[in-house]
Design a protein around this ligand. Structure first.
Ligand code: HEM
Length: 130
């Protein structure tokens, strides 16, 4: 199975696990004051739904989907927009992997490495718009 397909299956198990996105935001917000500052006025219920689709788009991009959606995310997160500094994506990915480890009972080191590889491609594209 390709890395992108293994990630897709792992993501399915994560989404089926209650509180996966809560766990992600707990880790992410705890990772830096710079992250917490960005979400002070955010409706986190809505944000979790947006992230659900955002992660799916990262996986679909690695499976060959057009880059249109990720380019739009790159623009919204750029310095003219939300101003998300590129190094904050490392904290984002580390937080996501912690959440995957806790919510996907099948997550082993291979699956976690697949997540890093697969999401890394789309994250690099988003960062390139900064
Ligand atoms: C908004 C996805 C990384 C902070 C959003 C939205 C999506 C999204 C889909 C809503 C639509 C939009 O504004 O374009 C993602 C994905 C990421 C990522 C897939 C990883 C590749 C980050 C990082 C930060 C961040 C590293 C750092 C703090 C925000 C903020 C908003 C936002 C502050 C707006 C929240 C509000 O409306 O108050 N993100 N994001 N994102 N993202 Fe991200």
């Amino acid at each position: 199975m390709t890395a992108a397909n293994r990630v897709m299956q792992s993501y399915g198990r994560c989404c089926a696990s209650p509180n996966f996105f809560d766990t992600f935001y707990q880790h992410f917000l705890a990772s830096s004051p710079a992250i917490r500052d960005k979400f002070t006025k955010t409706n986190m219920v809505a944000q979790k739904q947006l992230l659900r689709a955002g992660i799916l788009n990262l996986v679909l991009y690695a499976r060959g989907m057009s880059d249109t959606k990720l380019r739009a995310l790159g623009q919204s997160h750029s310095r003219e927009g939300l101003d998300i500094r590129p190094e904050l994506y490392d904290l984002w990915l580390d937080s996501l992997l912690l959440a995957v480890k806790e919510h996907d009972k099948d997550a082993d080191t291979d699956i976690l490495a697949a997540w890093r590889e697969v999401l890394g491609k789309g994250i690099n594209l988003i960062k390139s718009f900064y």
